[in-house]
Design a protein. Structure first.
Length: 216
């Protein structure tokens, strides 16, 4: 079995959530807040929110608030269909979010200043990681490690890692491509749909893909 140049180090992750200065009580204020909030806040309310919203109607905090607090279901649906895989940077994602809200306001001017049922607080998360004793030096060890990860740690390595890796990939794919030199497998893992699947479904698909390559 192919051995890695460098071992994969599993970590346990936790997050300290900080409330930013921006907040919104109307759709117009939401559009302005999206424009001015830190990029880490855009990431928090889209990628990181997947961990808590996989069983909700919409996966992003923005879409959830617009539906529940503003009762703008059509706009929430348009935000929800933005595929996070399509964006190469957080600024591209920010632009798409802002344009979607502003286009809705242009088409429905009365919605701009209508008070929401509750305010939206823009947040960002500061990550704290601790090294776990488990490491992987080949695909079999990686698959076994992933089987035993907590869902929060799986989220850290497969979804949250995209903030560090400029949205382009995840920790597992990065390691597989650079330490095992298996770019095709790395790409296959990176195409797993983290937007529609639950974290348990993501875990199962990752392990199944790895198992299909073990022994090749």
């Amino acid at each position: 079995m192919r051995q890695a140049k460098q071992p994969f180090q599993f970590v346990a992750a936790s997050y300290l959530v900080r409330i930013c200065f921006e907040r919104a009580k109307t759709l117009a204020e939401m559009a302005r807040g999206m424009r001015t909030c830190p990029a880490t806040s855009i990431f928090y309310h889209t990628f990181q929110s997947l961990e808590s919203h996989h069983y909700a109607t919409f996966s992003s905090d923005f879409a959830q608030w617009i539906m529940a607090a503003c009762n703008e279901v059509a706009l929430a649906e348009r935000l929800a269909v933005l595929d996070l895989h399509d964006f190469l940077s957080l600024e591209e994602l920010r632009k798409a979010l802002v344009e979607t809200v502003e286009n809705h306001i242009d088409a429905n001017p009365a919605s701009a200043a209508r008070p929401a049922f509750e305010p939206f607080l823009f947040c960002e998360a500061r990550e704290v990681t601790v090294l776990l004793p488990r490491r992987a030096t080949n695909l079999a060890e990686l698959a076994e490690g992933i089987r035993h990860l907590s869902l929060q740690t799986l989220h850290h390595h497969f979804i949250n890692s995209r903030l560090r890796l400029r949205l382009d990939t995840n920790d597992f794919s990065y390691w597989i491509e650079h330490s095992l030199e298996l770019p095709e497998l790395a790409s296959r893992l990176n195409r797993i749909d983290f937007y529609q699947n639950t974290l348990e479904e993501i875990r199962e698909e990752i392990v199944n893909v790895l198992q299909s390559w073990i022994g090749q």
